[in-house]
Design a protein around this ligand. Structure first.
Ligand code: PAF
Length: 287
């Protein structure tokens, strides 16, 4: 496995692999890798011949006052994990490499970026889209792998590459959960033991909402009200940022649940804001 900090070297390594006929897979990350990230590397490994991973804590997707300064790190463990899972190349640029003349150019996808997480993080997705565009231009992969835990990010990035004719296939990968249901997240490590127990309520609230939808397809507002009540009781230290039921393609709120819907929520706990979601198909199956 090669670890590279310079853009030209990434391009050369990937283009050498491609000239030998390799299909290139790419997994962008911000490091502090857990099994969720590693499952993306596994997916890239099984679908492609050459696997590139990036580790870059992108400052432009954090607003002032968010957790950029305290975002977990641990590059040595990350590199070992990438190597163990079969990555061929890890790109670890610094901020100066990615934004040598500052960040005056940005890419944004309007319509999809203002809802859900975009309500409380209005500049977040422009930061994500800008860095993902740059990374795709640097690595030029055939396929790029994104987890459904950040469902809104996945939808926005998919739309962005379509709109900008970026020649890459965006591959959607399942959420990886702890045994108790909590979705894996780098930010989970910042929860106290007591809050970690409460955080399980996110998944439980989604599961019970899916069960209600499966049973009787109630109006979305009723499902949201019960999920809100469940979280207030079972995660008292959490401040609900949003609970929404949306169309999974447009991310617009829906009123009825007798169709494919995405249930998505975000809760701010002391130490970390957590997100989770479940897709429910028309037969009421949660995923
Ligand atoms: O999902 C993430 O970890 C980040 O938003 C990404 C896609 C690596 C861009 O910085």
């Amino acid at each position: 496995m090669k670890t590279v900090q310079i853009i030209a070297e990434v391009r050369k390594t990937v283009s050498d692999a491609r000239s030998g006929g390799a299909a290139v897979g790419f997994v962008p990350t911000m490091g502090a890798l857990h099994e969720g990230h590693l499952s993306l590397i596994d997916a890239a490994r099984s679908a492609c011949d050459f696997v590139a991973v990036s580790i870059f804590v992108n400052p432009t997707q954090f607003a002032p006052g968010e957790d950029l300064a305290t975002y977990p790190g641990g590059i040595e463990a990350d590199l070992s994990a990438c190597e163990a899972r079969g990555a061929d190349l890890v790109f670890v640029p610094d901020v100066e490499t990615m934004y040598p003349r500052g960040a005056v150019t940005s890419v944004s996808v309007s319509g999809l970026s203002e809802t859900l997480c975009g309500r409380s993080r209005p500049t977040h997705f422009a930061g994500v889209c800008t860095v993902v565009t740059k990374l795709l231009n640097i690595v030029r992969p055939d396929k790029a792998f994104f987890g459904r835990k950040d469902f809104q990010q996945l939808v926005i990035v998919t739309r962005m590459v379509e709109d900008l004719d970026i020649p890459v296939e965006i591959v959607s990968c399942p959420i990886v959960r702890h045994a108790d249901g909590l979705a894996m997240s780098t930010r989970n490590q910042r929860l106290s033991a007591a809050v970690r127990l409460q955080a399980v309520a996110l998944h439980a609230a989604l599961e019970s909402a899916v069960a209600r939808i499966r049973q009787s397809h109630p109006p979305a507002a009723e499902v949201i009200a019960s999920a809100r009540e469940y979280l207030s009781t079972n995660a008292p230290d959490g401040e609900i940022d949003y609970i929404q039921i949306v169309d999974p393609q447009t991310l617009r709120d829906v009123e009825t649940t007798d169709r494919i819907v995405l249930l998505a929520l975000a809760v701010k706990f002391p130490g970390a804001r957590l997100i989770d979601n479940m897709l429910v198909d028309s037969a009421g199956e949660g995923q």
